[in-house]
Ligand binder design. Structure first.
Ligand SMILES: Clc1cnc2c(Nc3ccc(N4CCOCC4)cc3)nc(-c3cccnc3)cn12
Length: 270
């Protein structure tokens, strides 16, 4: 279906409370006046985008996300801009970020059933993206949102690219989710997303990232040595899946179609 090419502007929306603050702007709850349809309005400042020289990244985020249709990928309904800001019209995720949900859990972690459900949602979305040769590259709890009935949704395509790609823009924010090839700025493939699934599965089950360390260099070292400890309480199935994904050589990581049928999911999801 051809997306409706309506020209949107701020007057079409009632703006509600801020939902969260991002690096380049904030996200607000908003409602389209005529249809009363609730959305999330992500406001990006042109000046900051220009200062960081990431216009190409924002353009790509819009181009990629507005054409994707999948239950585990946050919808982008459209965008508009004024002299100072760019506005992204996004699907509202009532459950907030996975980052926030983790923080609110005792020990900041989920049980095996819930973790398996979330990872399965992520795997479905990545199969869809990889079929379209889109690599997300920035899978982490801050970029994952929760929809109705606890459906996990990938958001924030600011770092996604068409494969293959070699890193250009400097990375900022946490390094915890980066694969060895990405921290080295080497050319990387969609297998970087396989590594991130392993990191996320670990973090959901354990409550902290496998290679996390206060000190940047120590984190870098642990990633390059694939140095992490699996606590005893992790099930055999979960441990096997994590070990199959946190593999230094990108080509040796378990491929998505095998991940999708791994016993950890079949034994944990009804
Ligand atoms: Cl894009 C987009 C679509 N929907 C959201 C959303 N939804 C959302 C729902 C509910 C609650 N609350 C539920 C009651 O307890 C307080 C939080 C927060 C955010 N949040 C963010 C966001 C972004 C950055 C930081 N933090 C949250 C981005 N979003």
């Amino acid at each position: 279906t051809q997306p409706n090419k309506k020209a949107w502007s701020l007057v079409n929306f009632d703006i509600g409370r801020p939902l969260g603050r991002g690096k380049f702007g904030n996200v607000y709850l908003a409602r389209e006046k005529e249809t009363k349809f609730v959305i999330a309005l992500k406001v990006l400042f042109k000046k900051q985008i220009a200062d960081q020289g990431i216009e190409h990244q924002v353009r790509r985020e819009i181009e990629i996300q507005s054409h994707l249709r999948h239950p585990n990928i946050l919808r982008m309904y459209g965008f508009f801009h004024d002299d100072a800001r760019i506005y992204l019209i996004l699907e509202y995720a009532p459950g907030g970020t996975l980052f926030n949900a983790l923080k609110n859990q005792p020990n900041h972690r989920f049980d095996e059933k819930k973790s398996a459900k979330y990872i399965k949602c992520l795997v479905s979305a990545l199969i869809y993206l990889h079929e379209r040769n889109v690599i997300h590259r920035d899978i982490k709890p801050e970029n994952l949102l929760l929809g109705n009935d606890d459906q996990l949704k990938i958001a924030d395509f600011g770092w996604s690219v068409h494969e293959p790609n070699s890193q250009r823009t400097t990375l900022c924010g946490t390094m915890d989710y980066l694969s060895p090839e990405m921290v080295q700025g080497k050319p990387h493939t969609k297998n970087v997303d396989l590594w991130s699934i392993g990191v996320l599965a670990y973090e959901l089950l354990v409550g902290s990232a496998p290679f996390h360390h206060e000190n940047y260099d120590k984190t870098y070292q642990k990633i390059m040595r694939v140095e992490y400890v699996l606590p005893q309480y992790i099930s055999k199935a979960a441990a096997h899946l994590i070990k199959s994904l946190l593999v230094f050589n990108p080509d040796k990581r378990m491929p998505l179609d095998q991940v999708a049928i791994h016993p950890w999911f079949t034994s944990n999801i009804k």
